[in-house]
Design a protein around this ligand. Structure first.
Ligand code: B12
Length: 210
Protein backbone atom coordinates (compact mmCIF):
# COMPACT_ATOMS: atom_id res chain seq x y z
CA UNK A 1 0.00 0.00 0.00
CA UNK A 2 1.42 3.36 -0.99
CA UNK A 3 1.99 5.72 1.94
CA UNK A 4 0.37 9.06 1.06
CA UNK A 5 1.61 10.48 4.38
CA UNK A 6 5.18 10.11 3.18
CA UNK A 7 4.38 12.03 -0.01
CA UNK A 8 2.64 14.75 2.02
CA UNK A 9 5.77 15.08 4.18
CA UNK A 10 7.99 15.47 1.12
CA UNK A 11 5.81 18.43 0.02
CA UNK A 12 5.63 19.90 3.53
CA UNK A 13 9.43 19.76 3.80
CA UNK A 14 9.86 21.10 0.24
CA UNK A 15 11.90 18.09 -0.83
CA UNK A 16 11.46 18.20 -4.62
CA UNK A 17 13.49 15.14 -5.64
CA UNK A 18 11.86 13.02 -2.92
CA UNK A 19 8.38 14.26 -3.90
CA UNK A 20 8.96 13.29 -7.55
CA UNK A 21 10.48 9.95 -6.54
CA UNK A 22 7.48 9.11 -4.34
CA UNK A 23 5.01 10.30 -6.99
CA UNK A 24 6.71 7.99 -9.50
CA UNK A 25 6.50 5.18 -6.93
CA UNK A 26 2.76 5.82 -6.48
CA UNK A 27 2.31 5.75 -10.27
CA UNK A 28 4.26 2.49 -10.49
CA UNK A 29 2.06 1.02 -7.76
CA UNK A 30 -0.93 1.99 -9.90
CA UNK A 31 -2.46 4.47 -7.50
CA UNK A 32 -5.23 6.55 -9.11
CA UNK A 33 -3.66 9.86 -10.32
CA UNK A 34 -6.49 11.82 -8.70
CA UNK A 35 -5.68 10.21 -5.32
CA UNK A 36 -1.98 11.01 -5.71
CA UNK A 37 -2.97 14.60 -6.38
CA UNK A 38 -5.58 14.99 -3.64
CA UNK A 39 -4.36 12.72 -0.86
CA UNK A 40 -0.65 13.34 -1.41
CA UNK A 41 0.27 16.63 -3.06
CA UNK A 42 -2.69 18.91 -2.26
CA UNK A 43 -3.01 17.50 1.28
CA UNK A 44 0.67 18.35 1.85
CA UNK A 45 0.25 21.85 0.45
CA UNK A 46 -2.74 22.39 2.76
CA UNK A 47 -0.46 21.78 5.75
CA UNK A 48 2.08 24.24 4.31
CA UNK A 49 -0.71 26.83 4.11
CA UNK A 50 -1.59 26.33 7.78
CA UNK A 51 2.07 26.54 8.86
CA UNK A 52 2.54 29.75 6.86
CA UNK A 53 -0.58 31.24 8.42
CA UNK A 54 0.61 30.31 11.92
CA UNK A 55 4.00 31.89 11.36
CA UNK A 56 5.78 28.53 11.59
CA UNK A 57 6.82 28.81 7.93
CA UNK A 58 8.27 31.75 6.02
CA UNK A 59 8.16 32.44 2.28
CA UNK A 60 11.26 30.44 1.25
CA UNK A 61 9.79 27.29 2.79
CA UNK A 62 6.47 27.89 1.05
CA UNK A 63 8.27 28.44 -2.24
CA UNK A 64 10.20 25.20 -1.84
CA UNK A 65 6.96 23.32 -1.18
CA UNK A 66 5.33 24.90 -4.25
CA UNK A 67 8.35 23.93 -6.39
CA UNK A 68 8.27 20.37 -5.08
CA UNK A 69 4.58 20.19 -5.92
CA UNK A 70 5.10 21.55 -9.44
CA UNK A 71 7.86 19.01 -10.14
CA UNK A 72 5.66 16.14 -8.95
CA UNK A 73 2.63 17.36 -10.93
CA UNK A 74 4.72 17.15 -14.14
CA UNK A 75 4.73 13.35 -13.72
CA UNK A 76 0.95 13.21 -13.31
CA UNK A 77 0.26 15.49 -16.25
CA UNK A 78 0.37 12.87 -19.05
CA UNK A 79 -1.75 10.48 -16.99
CA UNK A 80 -4.46 13.03 -16.38
CA UNK A 81 -4.40 14.62 -19.81
CA UNK A 82 -5.50 12.05 -22.35
CA UNK A 83 -4.20 12.82 -25.83
CA UNK A 84 -5.99 13.22 -29.10
CA UNK A 85 -9.50 13.95 -27.91
CA UNK A 86 -11.71 16.34 -29.86
CA UNK A 87 -12.07 19.41 -27.61
CA UNK A 88 -15.46 19.63 -25.92
CA UNK A 89 -15.00 23.35 -25.33
CA UNK A 90 -12.44 26.09 -24.84
CA UNK A 91 -11.30 27.56 -21.54
CA UNK A 92 -9.27 30.74 -21.24
CA UNK A 93 -7.65 30.77 -17.82
CA UNK A 94 -5.42 33.09 -15.81
CA UNK A 95 -4.46 34.36 -12.38
CA UNK A 96 -5.62 37.95 -11.96
CA UNK A 97 -3.43 41.06 -11.86
CA UNK A 98 -1.25 41.49 -8.79
CA UNK A 99 -1.32 37.78 -8.01
CA UNK A 100 1.52 35.35 -8.76
CA UNK A 101 0.03 32.16 -7.30
CA UNK A 102 -0.29 29.53 -10.02
CA UNK A 103 -0.19 26.08 -8.44
CA UNK A 104 -4.00 25.86 -8.21
CA UNK A 105 -4.53 27.48 -11.61
CA UNK A 106 -2.15 24.99 -13.21
CA UNK A 107 -4.05 22.11 -11.62
CA UNK A 108 -7.32 23.49 -12.91
CA UNK A 109 -5.76 23.77 -16.40
CA UNK A 110 -4.56 20.19 -16.23
CA UNK A 111 -7.93 18.83 -15.08
CA UNK A 112 -9.76 20.70 -17.87
CA UNK A 113 -7.30 19.38 -20.43
CA UNK A 114 -7.85 15.91 -19.03
CA UNK A 115 -11.61 16.34 -19.46
CA UNK A 116 -11.10 17.22 -23.14
CA UNK A 117 -11.14 21.02 -23.07
CA UNK A 118 -8.85 23.15 -25.18
CA UNK A 119 -7.10 25.28 -22.52
CA UNK A 120 -5.52 28.66 -23.20
CA UNK A 121 -3.48 29.56 -20.13
CA UNK A 122 -2.62 33.26 -19.87
CA UNK A 123 -0.35 32.73 -16.87
CA UNK A 124 -0.20 34.93 -13.77
CA UNK A 125 -0.61 38.66 -13.09
CA UNK A 126 -3.04 38.95 -16.01
CA UNK A 127 -4.54 42.41 -16.58
CA UNK A 128 -8.19 42.94 -17.47
CA UNK A 129 -7.08 44.18 -20.92
CA UNK A 130 -5.30 40.89 -21.52
CA UNK A 131 -8.32 38.84 -20.41
CA UNK A 132 -10.61 40.88 -22.70
CA UNK A 133 -8.19 40.49 -25.63
CA UNK A 134 -7.98 36.72 -25.11
CA UNK A 135 -11.78 36.39 -25.00
CA UNK A 136 -12.11 38.46 -28.18
CA UNK A 137 -9.49 36.42 -30.00
CA UNK A 138 -10.23 32.89 -28.84
CA UNK A 139 -14.01 33.05 -28.30
CA UNK A 140 -13.85 30.59 -25.40
CA UNK A 141 -16.92 28.94 -23.88
CA UNK A 142 -15.57 29.69 -20.43
CA UNK A 143 -13.28 32.28 -18.89
CA UNK A 144 -11.67 31.07 -15.65
CA UNK A 145 -10.06 33.44 -13.20
CA UNK A 146 -7.96 32.47 -10.21
CA UNK A 147 -7.06 34.59 -7.19
CA UNK A 148 -5.36 33.57 -3.96
CA UNK A 149 -5.11 37.00 -2.36
CA UNK A 150 -7.86 39.06 -0.77
CA UNK A 151 -6.09 42.09 -2.27
CA UNK A 152 -6.28 40.74 -5.84
CA UNK A 153 -9.71 39.11 -5.82
CA UNK A 154 -11.47 42.41 -6.56
CA UNK A 155 -9.62 42.41 -9.92
CA UNK A 156 -12.16 39.80 -11.01
CA UNK A 157 -14.87 42.40 -10.86
CA UNK A 158 -12.78 44.76 -13.02
CA UNK A 159 -12.38 42.05 -15.63
CA UNK A 160 -16.15 41.45 -15.72
CA UNK A 161 -16.70 45.20 -16.03
CA UNK A 162 -14.13 45.42 -18.86
CA UNK A 163 -15.84 42.54 -20.68
CA UNK A 164 -19.14 44.35 -20.34
CA UNK A 165 -17.66 47.53 -21.78
CA UNK A 166 -16.17 45.56 -24.67
CA UNK A 167 -19.61 44.03 -25.39
CA UNK A 168 -18.28 40.52 -24.70
CA UNK A 169 -19.82 39.70 -21.32
CA UNK A 170 -22.74 37.71 -22.72
CA UNK A 171 -20.48 35.77 -25.10
CA UNK A 172 -18.67 33.82 -22.38
CA UNK A 173 -19.41 32.04 -19.11
CA UNK A 174 -17.28 33.26 -16.24
CA UNK A 175 -15.98 30.88 -13.60
CA UNK A 176 -13.98 32.01 -10.57
CA UNK A 177 -11.96 30.21 -7.95
CA UNK A 178 -9.07 30.32 -5.49
CA UNK A 179 -8.78 30.07 -1.71
CA UNK A 180 -10.45 33.39 -0.70
CA UNK A 181 -13.28 33.14 -3.27
CA UNK A 182 -16.77 32.15 -2.11
CA UNK A 183 -20.10 31.58 -3.82
CA UNK A 184 -21.31 34.78 -2.22
CA UNK A 185 -18.42 36.77 -3.73
CA UNK A 186 -18.97 35.15 -7.13
CA UNK A 187 -22.65 36.17 -7.01
CA UNK A 188 -21.76 39.68 -5.93
CA UNK A 189 -19.42 40.32 -8.87
CA UNK A 190 -21.78 38.68 -11.37
CA UNK A 191 -19.73 35.57 -12.21
CA UNK A 192 -21.64 32.60 -13.63
CA UNK A 193 -19.99 29.95 -11.49
CA UNK A 194 -17.69 29.31 -8.55
CA UNK A 195 -15.99 26.06 -7.67
CA UNK A 196 -14.04 25.18 -4.55
CA UNK A 197 -11.72 22.86 -6.42
CA UNK A 198 -10.75 21.77 -9.93
CA UNK A 199 -12.74 18.53 -10.14
CA UNK A 200 -16.04 20.24 -9.37
CA UNK A 201 -15.11 23.06 -11.76
CA UNK A 202 -14.73 20.54 -14.60
CA UNK A 203 -18.12 18.97 -13.88
CA UNK A 204 -19.79 22.38 -13.83
CA UNK A 205 -18.03 23.41 -17.04
CA UNK A 206 -19.14 20.24 -18.83
CA UNK A 207 -22.75 21.01 -17.91
CA UNK A 208 -22.27 24.58 -19.17
CA UNK A 209 -21.00 23.60 -22.63
CA UNK A 210 -23.66 20.93 -23.15
C1 B12 B 1 2.34 28.42 -2.29
C2 B12 B 1 1.99 29.78 -1.76
C3 B12 B 1 2.76 30.87 -2.19
C4 B12 B 1 3.90 30.75 -3.21
C5 B12 B 1 3.26 30.68 -4.62
C6 B12 B 1 4.04 29.82 -5.60
C7 B12 B 1 3.27 29.63 -6.88
N1 B12 B 1 4.02 29.53 -7.95
O1 B12 B 1 2.04 29.57 -6.92
C8 B12 B 1 4.72 32.06 -2.95
C9 B12 B 1 5.79 31.78 -1.95
C10 B12 B 1 5.33 32.70 -4.19
C11 B12 B 1 3.65 32.92 -2.28
C12 B12 B 1 3.73 34.32 -2.24
C13 B12 B 1 2.83 35.12 -1.53
N2 B12 B 1 1.83 34.71 -0.76
CO1 B12 B 1 1.19 32.88 -0.78
N3 B12 B 1 0.58 31.17 -0.41
C14 B12 B 1 0.88 29.95 -0.85
C15 B12 B 1 0.03 28.86 -0.14
C16 B12 B 1 0.82 28.29 1.02
C17 B12 B 1 -0.46 27.72 -0.98
C18 B12 B 1 -1.20 28.07 -2.26
C19 B12 B 1 -1.31 26.83 -3.11
O2 B12 B 1 -0.51 26.63 -4.03
N4 B12 B 1 -2.26 25.94 -2.75
C20 B12 B 1 -2.44 24.65 -3.39
C21 B12 B 1 -3.42 24.78 -4.56
C22 B12 B 1 -3.65 23.41 -5.17
O3 B12 B 1 -4.64 25.26 -4.07
P1 B12 B 1 -5.37 26.56 -4.63
O4 B12 B 1 -4.40 27.49 -5.20
O5 B12 B 1 -6.31 27.07 -3.59
O6 B12 B 1 -6.23 26.01 -5.87
C23 B12 B 1 -7.32 25.13 -5.76
C24 B12 B 1 -8.67 25.85 -5.56
O7 B12 B 1 -8.56 27.10 -4.90
C25 B12 B 1 -9.27 25.93 -6.91
N5 B12 B 1 -8.92 27.04 -7.81
C26 B12 B 1 -7.82 27.82 -7.88
N6 B12 B 1 -7.89 28.66 -8.90
C27 B12 B 1 -9.05 28.44 -9.52
C28 B12 B 1 -9.64 29.02 -10.63
C29 B12 B 1 -10.88 28.60 -11.07
C30 B12 B 1 -11.49 29.21 -12.27
C31 B12 B 1 -11.56 27.58 -10.34
C32 B12 B 1 -12.91 27.18 -10.75
C33 B12 B 1 -10.98 26.98 -9.22
C34 B12 B 1 -9.73 27.40 -8.83
O8 B12 B 1 -8.83 24.75 -7.53
C35 B12 B 1 -7.48 24.46 -7.13
C36 B12 B 1 -7.25 22.98 -7.18
O9 B12 B 1 -8.26 22.26 -6.55
C37 B12 B 1 -1.20 29.74 0.34
C38 B12 B 1 -1.99 29.17 1.52
C39 B12 B 1 -3.32 28.59 1.12
N7 B12 B 1 -3.87 27.86 2.02
O10 B12 B 1 -3.85 28.82 0.05
C40 B12 B 1 -0.52 31.08 0.61
C41 B12 B 1 -1.34 32.40 0.57
C42 B12 B 1 -2.32 32.38 -0.58
N8 B12 B 1 -0.31 33.41 0.33
C43 B12 B 1 -0.52 34.47 1.02
C44 B12 B 1 0.31 35.63 0.97
C45 B12 B 1 -0.01 36.74 1.95
C46 B12 B 1 1.38 35.72 0.05
C47 B12 B 1 2.29 36.94 -0.17
C48 B12 B 1 1.59 38.31 -0.19
C49 B12 B 1 3.37 36.90 0.93
C50 B12 B 1 4.34 38.08 0.97
N9 B12 B 1 4.33 38.72 2.11
O11 B12 B 1 5.01 38.38 0.02
C51 B12 B 1 2.96 36.61 -1.52
C52 B12 B 1 2.15 37.23 -2.69
C53 B12 B 1 2.85 37.17 -4.01
C54 B12 B 1 1.90 37.59 -5.12
N10 B12 B 1 1.93 38.85 -5.53
O12 B12 B 1 1.12 36.81 -5.58
C55 B12 B 1 -1.79 34.38 1.87
C56 B12 B 1 -2.94 35.22 1.33
C57 B12 B 1 -3.69 35.93 2.42
C58 B12 B 1 -4.83 36.72 1.90
N11 B12 B 1 -5.92 36.60 2.62
O13 B12 B 1 -4.80 37.38 0.93
C59 B12 B 1 -2.01 32.87 1.96
C60 B12 B 1 -3.51 32.46 2.09
C61 B12 B 1 -1.24 32.31 3.17
C62 B12 B 1 -1.78 32.79 4.50
N12 B12 B 1 -2.57 32.00 5.14
O14 B12 B 1 -1.49 33.88 4.94
N13 B12 B 1 2.66 32.19 -1.77
Amino acid sequence: MFDFGELQQAIILGKGPLATELTQKAINEECVPKDILNQGLIAGMDVVGVKFKNGEYYLPQVLLAARAMKAAVVLLHPLIVSAGIQPIGTLVLGTVKGDLHDVGKNLVAMLFQGAGFNVIDLGVDVSSEKFVEAVRENKPDILGMSSLLTTSMREMQDVIQALQEAGLRDKVKIMVGGAPITQQFADKIGADAYALEGGTAVEMAKAMVN
